[in-house]
Design a protein around this ligand. Sequence first.
Ligand code: NAD
Ligand code: UGA
Length: 437
Amino acid sequence: MRIAVIGAGYVGLVSGACFSDFGFEVVIVDKDKSRIARLEAGKIPIYEPGLEDLVARNRDAGRLSFTASLPAAMKRADAVFIAVGTPTRRGDGFADLTYVYAAADEIARCLAGPCVVVCKSTVPIGTNREVLRRIKAIRPDAAVDVASNPEFLREGSAIEDFKRPDRVVVGAESEQARAVMQSLYRPLSLNETPILFTGLETAELIKYAANAFLATKITFINEVADLCERVGANVQEVARGIGLDRRIGPKFLHAGPGYGGSCFPKDTLALVSTARSAGAPIRIVEAVVDVNEARKRAMAERVLAALDGDLSGKTVAVLGLTFKPNTDDMREAPSLVIVPALQAAGARIRAHDPEGMAEAAKLLDDVEWCDGPYHAAEGSDAIVVITEWDAYRALDVVRLKRLMKGDAFFDLRNIYKTAEMADRGFRHFGIGIGQPG
Ligand code: NAD
Ligand code: UGA
């Protein structure tokens, strides 16, 4: 089997590298020539644990290569994956399909033999059918099929998620497409991964419904956390208490500063727009979008309230800027709302992130970038932990306190215990940790 992958981003790189690790011959193509040049020089453009070794191993074995030329990548390819971005379209919240349709048109011009065009990008209902229509319009002669194969990997654990998924979803309507997809995912049958074959529209909707459901679960526990603070309950115990019910499940019940990232925000918005235009609005997801936006701003207001409503002349140390740990991805990170709101209230910001500072520096102004958490804490009135990197899980809090001017510790991921922090001289503000009685 020979595979071409269009797009050397998170999904294209990880999927391509994993398929090559299973033994398939994979060529990854990107229109960004500098990205391809870096990859050819062995440099990985994103931070993803394990990816550098995986890519090197398969390049050395001659199974994985990179090119900026689609015709070269598609030579003798049995399947071509589209893994390009589908950002939010300006103005209406829909997914912008410019890159997907451009890739489809380019594929049409390069088709040589029979080929299955597989859409791995997250795309709205109807897109795969439109991809097929466009290709057939350009190349009515081509023996081409489409398959919708949404991806469920998470950044930070992308390789493990790709190789050991809970399920694989394939929307396909021809025998040829089903057979090719079955062969490509046969390596997963060892772990008995269920492969769900559906129609095109169903596969497309499964992806949006899954992301919207997870975003809803997070938003639900975030609002329960606010209630916990008012009534003296503890959200971590509530989460455990409900999560042990297998119908609910323990995952995605960690209260925090609101979800971020390249997908939940854009995919919830896209589902809201699709559902509205189809005349079947999903009001629960509309509420989730609004509540999550307001939540990020509310995080900065907490800091302001605890520091007497005035941050002018005060210094805040911010630990963790990426939208989650183990990535350098800053897309829609809560820090991008929280930090400017603190600055607008007068605060001077000292910040640290283990992998995200280069990217964050492009998006945030007037931040003093620090070498580590202790450096950031020097002279600060408050510490705000936004992202739960491992490096912040066992901090020497006595040392931190000595370095600080103030005593406020905003722990937006509930890493530390309020009583233990109080013993070390901190006013500790967790999320959803009410005081009983
Ligand atoms: P990305 O922005 O990291 O990468 C996309 C790449 O595609 C870029 O390098 C760009 O240069 C390239 N590209 C665009 N048009 C091209 C063309 N015509 N020819 C060649 N290269 C082209 O995107 P991503 O984060 O990998 O996301 C891709 C898709 O996968 C999106 O639809 C996203 O919603 C979905 N998805 C992402 C994740 C994730 O964790 N990031 C997980 C599941 C699904
Ligand atoms: C998410 C989904 O988990 C993947 O299945 C999906 O493939 C991907 O989106 C996508 O479509 O791109 P990802 O955004 O990489 O993956 O990361 P998550 O671990 O889901 O975290 C998303 C956001 O939710 C982060 O900001 C995280 O901090 C937050 N979160 C997550 C919580 O606040 N609480 C939780 O319990 C879990």
